[in-house]
Design a protein. Sequence first.
Length: 551
Amino acid sequence: MSDFLEITCKSSGKVRRFSVGTEASFALQLINQKLDSVDPSALYIEAIKQGEEPISFGPNSVLIDYGDGWKLQTVTRQGSHRQKAMEEFPTAIKPASGDVHSATDVHLDLLEPPLQDESRPITSEPVSDVESQSLEKLDFTDTFKTDVTRKQVFNSRDELIRWARDLGKSIGMVREQVANNESPPQQQQTILQLPHQFLEIYCKCSGKVRRFSVGTEASFALQLINKKLGHGVPSALYIEAIKEGEEPITFGPNSVLIDYGDGWKLETVTNEGSEIQNEYDYKELPDIIEPARDDVQSATDLEFHLTDLPLQDENMPVTSEPISDIESQSLRKLDFTDAFTTDVVFNCRDELVTWARDVGRSVGMVVIIKKSEFGASGRSSRIFLACERFGKRREYKVPFKKKTSATRRRVSKRCDCPFLLRGIKMPKDDQWRVKVECGYHNHPLERHLQGSSVAGKLTPEEKDIVIQLLRQGVKAKEILKVLKERDERNESTVRTIYNAQAKLRHEEMSATSQMGYEEMATTSQLGYEEMDAVSHLRHEEMSAVSQCNSS
DNA sequence: CATGGCATCCTAAAGGGCTT
DNA sequence: AAGCCCTTTAGGATGCCATG
């Protein structure tokens, strides 16, 4: 009994020791580094126990001890031992309860019960809609609330700590080193031996259930599941959480698998009958799983670098719903408090806005003015800058018309992003300071801002250029090229140019009409109705000219 | 495939009211 | 004073389709 874990390396036959809390990717890399060149390298780590389905650790998951009889070992590139071992195991793992693949319930049946009341759910509240796919999902207030009616009174301080820690682990919280020297080492050892959580994913393709440790990324799980499939079996496209009567929750490739609680099951989605076939194309994991950074020593030594941002994979479709991609980048990685924290005094409001937008652009986000007040209603001047995905999708008074072939409801990018800067006007002159109210996002940031309705807009200078070039008869594609060459950060699309062209045409037409209207009004005795009729004719004439030009 | 029309409706930005 | 919510309006992005 000790505060470390032992991993048997199948290639070398040696046992390596790691402290509890070590990331799987780190352990794997170190094990592989110590291998002889002839030994096949390890692919990943798994927990095994006779008669049990192994539990695979994703590269970013934290190594833990699953308790009595469970051992950790590497899985090698060849996987021959593994195959053999697998054959001895039952082909299909029966879920502990008929309808639940929730890690919680299975866990209670298979392993020693934790300290708390068995019937008490120890997971977060089930997520039932898109809106709750925000930070609320990371709110475990209810989970940690003890029920007075159950008379959940702890007999000692240590028992309370044990309960809290176990609950924490059950929802995927990394074990915290409590700053307390009074706790005897034995206590900690006991805690570490307690069984931990894992997740079960039902593989539709094979009909089998696969187990993964909490903290495993969806892409890792998916690839492993697909690797275990036989030839001719359709492979899984992605993983989703399902519950009867609820909208499924899709896991993006970089999201971390979590248990949504009572009634929610995890399962794969296959090609067959899938409307979004090929939409998610999980990238192939390398044969050897490596940490994101070569020098990762622990999960906590990450530094903030503007140039080293955790940007989303380009292949990942941009959706309006963050869904489970909230987990794809940890809150720490999405926290830009440092980037926006400054003592600079801006000489005017616009200077502050420009600075914030520039910083935003450099980190892959679009900063918009959420609200600005110029001392109206006796208030002091202030400005709030937010992420373009702030707030929720607007509800409109006029209900959407029935879906026709010509119209389709558009998706909103809003996801209630909490990012917020506050600009405060100083009493002296028009000087402004900025304060970070909330520096983090609840959604992944994009490598490219193209497609953003804000970032894609033309600046006044760009508008002038576009108009000038359009008048010279330059093609839209060429104009776009000019804009991109002029400013590599330009995020416009060819559609932006077409829209500008349409606007220009409309404006010129209106101007011509107006000129003619005024001309007529001053030189003729025509009444309003007659003038409107002539104006209408002129409009048609212009349309005809326009058509001739375009053809 | 490039271009463009049309209808729809999303968005930014600002003002203002109510409450704490 | 600050937080929250609602409203309004102009501008323009977007989905779908047609045309050459």
